[in-house]
Design a protein around this ligand. Structure first.
Ligand code: GRF
Length: 203
């Protein structure tokens, strides 16, 4: 399975994927790692692992749409069969996304459909939730709104703050994302658009 990854930040989820592959638990080929931030830790992790990387600076494009089309063009050219968003902090244009729907997944730090968007840990704490978690879902044009594939759950502890909760959840994310990729690589989870989902939310 040829996999491309997009990440904007430190890249600990990418690192977990690379570690799973290195441990022989994930029969995938990471063909490309892309970012919108040249300083992303994920890019350095990829380089260290010998994975080709690229950065696209959104400011160099006239519109979000032009950026997104170029981004997905690069990913197409890499021959990737699956695209993983691992902390990619941009919303991708629905039209640019269309050819990828069904083979693009994202990891989001909440128990979707709760808390789409940002500050999920804070929102779970403020709501007084007993549990929190992370979700891997198919990406559609609706932000954090595509069908959920799998979730990891944890109990919120009395002393938890945003930081402790995020840290503890991250450990679960690092199990969850490789586990979903393994399902796909083993052919136990289809990479075609789920019924009725392909055009959901797309213009
Ligand atoms: C993770 O919490 C992920 O769920 C969210 O962004 C964070 C990325 O962390 N989408 P990292 O860059 O993988 O360390």
């Amino acid at each position: 399975l040829r996999v491309a990854v997009l990440a904007s930040g430190r890249g600990s989820n990418l690192q977990a994927l690379i570690a799973a592959r290195d441990a022989g638990r994930l029969p995938v080929d990471f063909v490309l790692v892309g970012s919108d931030k040249a300083s992303a830790g994920a890019l350095q992790l990829a380089r260290d692992a010998g994975i080709p990387t690229f950065t696209l600076d959104p400011k160099a494009y006239a519109s979000r749409r032009e950026f997104d089309f170029e981004l997905l063009h690069r990913l197409d050219a890499s021959g990737a069969q699956l695209l993983v968003l691992a902390g990619f902090m941009r919303i991708i244009d629905g039209e640019a996304l269309r050819p990828w729907v069904g083979r693009i997944i994202n990891i989001h730090p909440s128990l979707l459909p709760k808390y789409r968007g940002l500050h999920t840990h804070r929102r779970a704490l403020e709501a007084g939730d007993a549990e929190h978690g992370a979700s891997v879902h198919y990406v559609t044009a609706e932000l954090d709104g595509g069908p959920v594939i799998a979730q990891a759950r944890l109990a919120i502890q009395p002393g938890d703050d945003e930081h402790s909760l995020a840290e503890r959840l991250l450990g679960h994310e690092h199990q969850l994302l490789p586990a979903v990729l393994q399902l796909i690589a083993d052919g136990r989870l289809a990479l075609s658009p789920p019924d009725g989902v392909a055009l959901d939310g797309l213009p």
